[in-house]
Write a protein that binds this ligand. Structure first.
Ligand code: DQA
Length: 145
C-alpha cells in the first residue's frame, strides 16, 4: 500500500521549542516531536514531511506544495500567525487537502488575542492543549481521514 503523505507545517518561534517558555510549551524540541511523529507515522502507514518557518509566505507556499505533492492531510501549527493570518486562511481554502490545526497550548485559556483563530476558520478540526502529544493526536486523526 502506498503510504499516506502528511505535511507537518510549523510557524514562527516553534524552532525555539525546548527553550521557549517551557512552562507553556514543554521541554521537547521540534526535533524531538519530529522523531515521535516519524515513529508513529510508520505504525500508521504514513510518511511525514516536516517543516518550520518564521515567515508567513513560506507557510503559504508549503500549503500549496502539500497539495501539489498529493498530500493526504496537513498538520499546521501556525504559531502566532494562527490569530492574524488571512493569507493562511485563504491558503487553506485554496487547497483540497484537509488541514488540521495543532497547538501545544490551549489558546482559549490564554490571552484574549489568542481566542481568535483565522486558521481554525478553514481547518478540518483543531487539536490543542496536549503539549507535544497534540501533534501525535492530530496525526492519528489525519491518518483516519
Ligand atoms: C501555539 C499557540 C500560539 O498562540 C502561539 O503564538 C504559538 C504557539 C501553540 O502551539 O500553543 O506560537 O501555536
Amino acid at each position: 500500500m502506498i503510504p499516506k503523505l502528511i505535511y507537518v507545517l510549523n510557524g514562527p518561534n516553534l524552532n525555539r521549542l525546548g527553550k521557549r517558555e517551557p512552562g507553556i510549551y514543554g521541554s521537547q524540541t521540534l526535533e524531538d516531536i519530529g522523531a515521535s511523529l516519524l515513529e508513529r507515522a510508520e505504525a500508521l502507514g504514513c510518511t511525514i514531511e516536516m517543516r518550520q518557518s518564521n515567515h508567513e509566505g513560506q507557510l503559504v507556499d508549503w500549503l500549496h506544495e502539500a497539495e501539489d505533492k498529493g498530500a493526504h492531510a496537513v498538520l499546521l501549527n501556525a504559531g502566532a500567525y494562527t490569530h492574524t493570518s488571512i493569507a493562511l486562511l485563504d491558503g487553506i481554502r485554496a487547497i483540497s487537502a484537509p488541514v488540521i490545526e495543532v497547538h501545544l497550548s490551549n489558546p482559549h485559556t490564554r490571552e484574549e488575542f489568542r481566542h481568535v483563530s483565522r486558521v481554525g476558520q478553514a481547518a478540518k478540526g483543531t487539536i490543542a492543549g496536549f503539549g507535544a502529544n497534540s501533534y501525535l493526536l492530530a496525526l492519528e486523526a489525519a491518518a483516519a481521514l
